[in-house]
Design a protein around this ligand. Sequence first.
Ligand SMILES: [Fe+2]
Length: 240
Amino acid sequence: MKRNDFLKTSAIMTGVSLLPTNSVFAQSLQQTGLDKLTDKDGYFALQPLPYNETFLEPSMDQETLHLHYTFHHGDAVKAANVDLANIRKAIDSNTMDTVDYWTKKLSFHLSSHILHTIFWTNLTNKKTDPSGELLKQIEKDFGSYDKLKALIAKTSKGVDGNGWGILGYQPYTKKLTVLQCENHEKLTQWGVIPVLVIDVWEHSYYLKYRNRRAEFVDNLFPIINWDNVAERYGVATKIG
Ligand SMILES: [Fe+2]
């Protein structure tokens, strides 16, 4: 049985679906192991959300999700295309004066596109828990699921300024690792493949939670889609 068929059959048998079957996120992850970030012409593209804007309420309200997805994620996608075009323009015209600026911008905007794309799929409206190989790896690397939760929560809440708490698979050590990312691109370890990302930029929570970032992070845990995290972990161990 092909991997795609296996995943579809498994989902039907267990009565759950990682994501709607028409989700480009799900299709891309299952087919290539990576999220779909570009259109058919190779330009960075904002893909449809895998659910409607009220799906994550009350943890994440509709207005916040709308603004976050449409403008914060959406504008990063547009900007990443501009950054890349300007780097190409500089190369083609042999005028490299501006490339350090556009290279930094591309790092920022493309990292935003990657992390936000993962973030939407990491959330759902029902409670799930880690299981199978993912749970085994969590217990090996962190002691227990509860200890991992405490670590991610503390790391996410403690970001200086805007950033992300990230659980990733480090292929160089074959371990899961937790990162405290500033902005979208700082404080990484080369090679880490993100499997769970928690957006703690103020745009993620300020309308509903005001300055209470810790409350927002605590309210995200019940809607983390651990089935999606497990799928991502499985893929990461194969491609990493
Ligand atoms: Fe964000």
